[in-house]
Write a protein of this length. Structure first.
Length: 208
């Protein structure tokens, strides 16, 4: 039973996923949970750092599909502005939601990975569907009632993993992404400054 609850990898956040390694392995699509994996459960839209990460994912030739147990309105509100595909009310840990996402958009299990923050829905479901699964630490520590109960059970499983030396947390990429974000802002600011300077020079020439 415990083996079905074991992910292939543990990361602190989605920003710690090695996108180059995924591409080299032949991964074409990232299936991901929404609440407490990409954003806090009560955050309706993607923050700036997540937007930058999604751009990096896209630049690596990877697709992103959200597979969430939440309702249609919640999932659509988040994904629609980003142009992301999704499956709402996925009924995880049943494998049907995962398989629906892959079949609908033309991917195989070998071409996919799944990111999720819960062992008893995300990890168990992805393993049952035959998909490589990576556990992401929850974005925030607050949860709904059902999830709170699952978190209590998770503590037992995590303790078991740690005793067996199966828990190794990877956390390194978010700082790099933050630096990239600052560089991008500086680059944009410089371009705006250059454009304004060019317009100012053109204006002076016309006045002459």
């Amino acid at each position: 039973m415990f083996n079905r609850l074991y992910p292939k990898q543990f990361v602190a956040s989605v920003f710690d996923i090695d996108l180059e390694e995924l591409k080299d392995r032949g991964v074409r699509v990232i299936l991901t949970d929404l609440d407490n994996t990409l954003v806090a459960w009560d955050v309706p839209h993607a923050p700036e750092l997540l937007l930058l990460w999604l751009e990096k994912v896209k630049s690596h030739g990877l697709d992103v599909i959200v597979v969430s147990n939440n309702n249609e309105n919640r999932v659509r509100t988040f994904t629609e502005p980003l142009g992301l595909h999704y499956v709402a009310r996925a009924k995880k840990p049943l494998p049907s939601g995962f398989k629906q996402a892959l079949a609908k958009y033309g991917y195989s299990t070998k071409e996919a990975i799944f990111l999720g923050d819960q062992l008893f829905t995300d990890v168990l479901g992805a393993n049952m569907a035959g998909i490589h699964v990576i556990h992401v630490q929850p974005v925030v520590k607050t949860d709904g009632l059902v999830t709170k109960f699952n978190r209590m059970l998770e503590k037992v499983v995590f303790a078991h993993m740690k005793r067996r030396g199966k828990y190794v947390l990877i956390t390194k990429k978010v700082e790099e992404l933050a630096v990239d974000a600052k560089r991008a802002k500086v680059a944009v600011a410089e371009k705006i400054g250059e454009a304004m300077h060019s317009r100012s020079e053109d204006s002076h020439k016309k006045d002459e």
